[in-house]
Write a protein that binds this ligand. Structure first.
Ligand SMILES: NC(=O)c1ccc[n+]([C@@H]2O[C@H](COP(=O)([O-])OP(=O)(O)OC[C@H]3O[C@@H](n4cnc5c(N)ncnc54)[C@H](OP(=O)(O)O)[C@@H]3O)[C@@H](O)[C@H]2O)c1
Length: 347
């Protein structure tokens, strides 16, 4: 007869980066927490890699303030384990799960699935996941979901990109921008990337036809574009309207809050008076688009540009590098190489 000991009923433990207050990367600590239990509709993923993007550090800092209202936790964060991008192996599935089985290699965007990828395990609904591109390592695949979905939806859905168009990607050297340059090329566009001068070589390497620095783009442009994807909107949309062809599209993806509100509040009015389309993108995670990205990667049309890879315990360092604009393309975080650290129990 099988006997049950007291420890059998206790949840297994895992390592995770935990946050109990808003602030700089110093508020993050590596801790031991309860491993999630697979739910009826859930897929338990053994996380092999994650990555960091601008949204992660906005949530970490609780800035801009409205982010606290959206995700709960005005004074302290309700989400204790952040992490939006995931790549890993399916460990177990709930009874109602139909698309995945243990052993499948998956990747996904957890921004509408409770986050939690800065940990060894996460349990998420199957719709947040797709099979990982077979040609990518876990580290490469983990850099794809949020950034590449944003680039794809900004160019295809809001920007309505067409083959043969002239496209300007501002912020081309960052996470979203490095995918946007490649996706625009895959759509058959002629692409101009805008970035800091020190990152021009990288933007050329990923396929941009022309590269400009921010100053040249603002002041020296004679060229007119069909589509401007602005991932780094730190100056006014009015500076860029003369560079757009009549009926061309300006799509704001990221940048300063003031510029975001300018386009959110006045985009329709600016569109009417300028006879150009001025819009903001709000990225929506979805499985169908993850599959589009998987195919683009497997056919060699896009390739994640991974600048460097950190261990989970080094996550604060990775976030610091992004905040300081020291990164080209993306950073990956490898979960399996967590160094043995003295852990605090945060359960
Ligand atoms: N709308 C949405 O749904 C959505 C989804 C995801 C992300 N976003 C937003 O998109 C933006 C970019 O995200 P990301 O993950 O690509 O970020 P990232 O990897 O940190 O890249 C930021 C890019 O912006 C450029 N940049 C220019 N001026 C800057 C300044 N003053 N401060 C910071 N960066 C500046 C950087 O240029 P250099 O490389 O030349 O320094 C870099 O190319 C963020 O604002 C993020 O919040 C929006």
């Amino acid at each position: 007869m099988k006997t049950t000991s007291l420890t059998d009923s206790l949840p297994s433990k895992m390592k995770a980066i935990v946050q109990t207050e808003y602030g700089s990367a110093d508020v993050l600590r590596l801790a031991q927490v309860d491993q999630p239990v697979v739910s009826e509709n859930g897929v338990l993923v053994r996380v092999r890699a994650t990555s960091v993007h601008a949204g992660d550090w906005h949530l970490m800092r609780g800035r801009p303030f409205f982010i606290r209202l959206i995700y709960g936790g005005v004074r302290s964060p309700k989400i204790k384990i952040l992490g939006t991008d995931v790549a890993g192996e399916v460990e177990a599935v709930g009874k109602a799960v139909t698309q995945f089985k243990p052993g499948d290699q998956v990747f996904g965007d957890l921004s509408e699935a409770g986050f939690g990828a800065f940990a060894e395990y996460v349990c998420v609904p199957e719709t947040a996941l797709a099979l990982k591109p077979t040609s990518s390592t876990f580290e490469e695949a983990a850099t794809v979901p949020v950034s590449a979905l944003t680039a794809l939806q900004g160019l295809r859905d809001v920007g309505q990109i067409r083959s043969g168009q002239k496209v300007l990607v501002k912020g081309a050297s960052g996470g979203v921008g490095s995918f946007a340059v490649q996706i625009a090329k895959a759509f058959g566009a002629e692409v101009t990337g805008v970035c800091s001068p020190s990152k021009a070589k990288m933007v050329q390497e990923i396929g941009a036809d022309y590269v400009l620095d921010y100053r040249q783009a603002r002041t020296g442009l004679k060229q007119q574009y069909d589509l401007i994807l602005d991932v780094a909107a730190y100056d006014s949309v009015f500076d860029y309207l003369p560079m757009l062809k009549l009926k061309g599209s300006y799509v704001l993806v990221g940048g300063s809050i003031a510029r975001l509100f300018q386009v959110m509040l006045f985009g329709s009015w600016i569109s009417r008076i300028s006879r150009r389309r001025v819009r903001c993108l709000v990225q929506k995670p979805n499985q169908a688009d993850l599959i589009v990205l998987k195919e683009l990667i497997e056919t060699g049309k896009i390739r994640p540009y991974v600048d460097r890879c950190y261990a989970l315990s080094e996550l604060p360092k990775a976030i610091h590098a992004i905040e300081q604009r020291q990164v080209q393309g993306k950073i990956a975080i490898a979960i399996q190489s967590v160094s043995e650290h003295p852990l605090t129990d945060a359960s």
